[in-house]
Design a protein around this ligand. Structure first.
Ligand code: ASP
Length: 411
C-alpha cells in the first residue's frame, strides 16, 4: 500500500478523473451502478462542512485580532465578489449574442427534461434567511450562510470579551486543527469518489445527448475557461502578485472535486484545505472568504445565467432590448448570490432571470438534460473564484505566506 500513498494525492485524483470518464464511456448507462461510491464520498465530505466552518471560522475571526481588520478583509472580499460577478455575467451575455447558440436549434431534437420548481425566493426571504433563527437548526440543515453569520458573531464576541474569551478561543483553535486532520482522512477517499462520479456522468449522459445542445455546452465551457484562465489569472498575477502556476497547482484537488461533485458546498472542506495548506492563505482569511464565497460568489453560475437567457430568447424568438440586458445582469447576479452551492442550483435560478425579461420557462426543460455537464464546469469556476479572492485578499492584508504557495509541490 505504501506506493499508493507515495503518489501525491492530486495526481491520484487527476488519474481517477480521466479513468472515470473512459470507464463511463466504455461501460455506458450501467456505470450508474457505481454511483454509490461517489455518493459515499460526497456524504463523507458533507459531514465535515458544518463543524469545519464553525470551528475554523470562529477561531479565524478570533485570530484576526481586531474588528477593523475584519472589516478590511470582509470589505475587500465583497468588492471582489461583486466586480468579478458582473464581469462574468457580461461575458456570458457577450458570448451568447456573438455566437448565438440558440439560432437554428431544432427544439424537437432536444430531450425535454422536467422544469424544476421555480424558486419563489423574494428579496425579503433572502435577507431573512441570513439570520439564524436557531443555530442548532441551521447546523442540522447545513445552511451555510446563516451558519457563517452565527460563527462570525461568536468570533466577534470572543474578540470583545478580551481575556475572558481566551479559554473558549483556545477550544475553537484546537477544534479547527482537529477538523483539518479529519479532513485529511476523508480526502483519501477523493480518488475513488471522483472516479465513480465521472464514470456515472460519462456513462449516463453519453455523447449523443450532447450533440443537439453542443453549442451551448461548448460556450459554457469557453466562458468558464475564460473566467478561470484570464480573469482569475490576472487577479492572481496583478492584484495578489503571486505566481499563477503555483496557484493552480495548489488548487488541483479542489478543482477536481468541484468538477466531479458539481457542488461548491460539498467541495468546501477541500477548498479550505487547499487555500490554507497549499496556497499559504492564513486560516482566518481563508475560512472567512472561502466559506462566504462558497454560497455567494458564483461567477460560473452568473456567466451561465446570462448565456442561458440569451439562448432561451434565441430559440423562442424573444427580442431583447438594452434595458433587458441590464435587467439580466442584475437578476443573474442576484441569482448567482442566491443559488445554493449544490448541484443544479443554477438551473433553478434560471426562473428568476427568465421571468424578468419574458423568456419562456420551457427553456429550462430544454437544457435540463445536459445541465449536469455544464454545472460541473460552473462549479469548478465558482470554487476557483473563491480561492482566487481568498489569495488576493490575503495578499492585500498581509495574510499570505507566499513561500508556502511557491513550494506547493508535495500536495
Ligand atoms: N452547482 C453550482 C455550485 O455548487 C451552482 C450551480 O448550479 O450553478 O457552485
Amino acid at each position: 500500500m505504501g506506493w499508493w500513498f507515495r503518489i501525491p494525492l492530486w495526481q491520484r485524483v487527476i488519474a481517477a478523473l480521466i479513468l472515470g470518464i473512459i470507464t463511463g464511456f466504455a461501460w455506458g448507462p450501467e456505470a450508474a451502478s457505481i454511483k454509490w461510491i461517489g455518493d459515499f464520498f460526497i456524504r463523507a465530505v458533507k459531514m465535515l462542512v458544518v463543524p469545519l466552518i464553525f470551528f475554523s471560522l470562529v477561531s479565524g475571526v478570533a485570530a484576526i485580532g481586531d474588528l477593523r481588520k475584519l472589516g478590511k478583509v470582509g470589505g475587500r472580499a465583497m468588492l471582489l465578489f461583486v466586480v468579478t460577478g458582473q464581469i462574468a455575467v457580461w461575458l456570458g451575455l457577450m458570448l451568447g449574442s456573438f455566437v448565438q447558440p440558440g439560432i437554428g436549434v431544432d427544439t424537437s431534437a432536444i430531450q425535454r427534461g422536467a422544469i424544476p420548481e421555480p424558486s419563489a425566493t423574494s428579496w425579503t426571504d433572502m435577507v431573512l434567511s441570513i439570520v439564524p433563527e436557531s443555530p442548532v437548526q441551521v447546523m442540522a440543515d447545513v445552511q451555510v450562510l446563516p451558519l457563517i453569520v452565527f460563527a462570525l458573531l461568536i468570533g466577534i464576541g470572543i474578540l470583545m470579551a478580551k481575556e475572558e474569551g481566551t479559554p473558549v478561543a483556545k477550544i475553537f483553535d484546537s477544534g479547527a486543527v482537529i477538523m483539518q486532520k479529519v479532513t485529511m482522512i476523508v480526502m483519501e477517499l477523493t480518488p475513488f469518489g471522483v472516479f465513480a462520479l465521472m464514470a456515472w456522468v460519462a456513462g449516463v449522459l453519453g455523447l449523443d445527448a450532447l450533440q443537439s445542445l453542443a453549442k451551448l455546452v461548448a460556450l459554457n465551457y469557453v466562458g468558464c475557461l475564460l473566467i478561470i484562465l484570464v480573469m482569475y489569472s490576472a487577479m492572481i498575477r496583478f492584484l495578489a502578485k503571486v505566481p499563477v502556476v503555483g496557484f493552480y497547482r495548489g488548487m488541483i484537488d479542489a478543482m477536481a472535486v468541484s468538477y466531479s461533485t458539481a457542488s461548491s458546498n460539498a467541495t468546501l472542506p477541500v477548498t479550505l484545505r487547499c487555500t490554507q495548506r497549499n496556497l499559504g492563505v492564513s486560516p482566518s482569511v481563508s475560512s472567512f472568504v472561502v466559506s462566504l464565497g462558497a454560497t455567494i460568489n458564483m461567477n460560473g453560475t452568473a456567466m451561465y445565467l446570462g448565456l442561458a437567457t440569451l439562448f432561451g430568447a434565441q430559440i423562442f424568438g424573444v427580442d431583447l432590448s438594452w434595458a433587458d440586458y441590464i435587467m439580466i445582469s442584475v437578476t443573474a447576479t442576484l441569482g448567482a448570490i442566491g443559488a445554493a452551492g449544490i448541484p443544479g442550483a443554477g438551473l433553478i435560478m434560471m426562473a428568476l432571470v427568465f421571468g424578468s425579461v419574458g423568456v419562456p420557462l420551457e427553456t429550462i426543460a430544454f437544457v435540463a438534460g445536459v445541465d449536469r455537464i455544464m454545472d460541473m464546469m460552473r462549479t469548478t469556476t465558482n470554487v476557483t473564484g473563491d480561492a482566487a479572492v481568498a489569495v488576493t485578499v490575503a495578499s492585500m492584508t498581509g495574510e499570505l505566506n507566499v513561500e508556502e504557495l511557491v513550494s506547493a509541490d508535495d500536495v
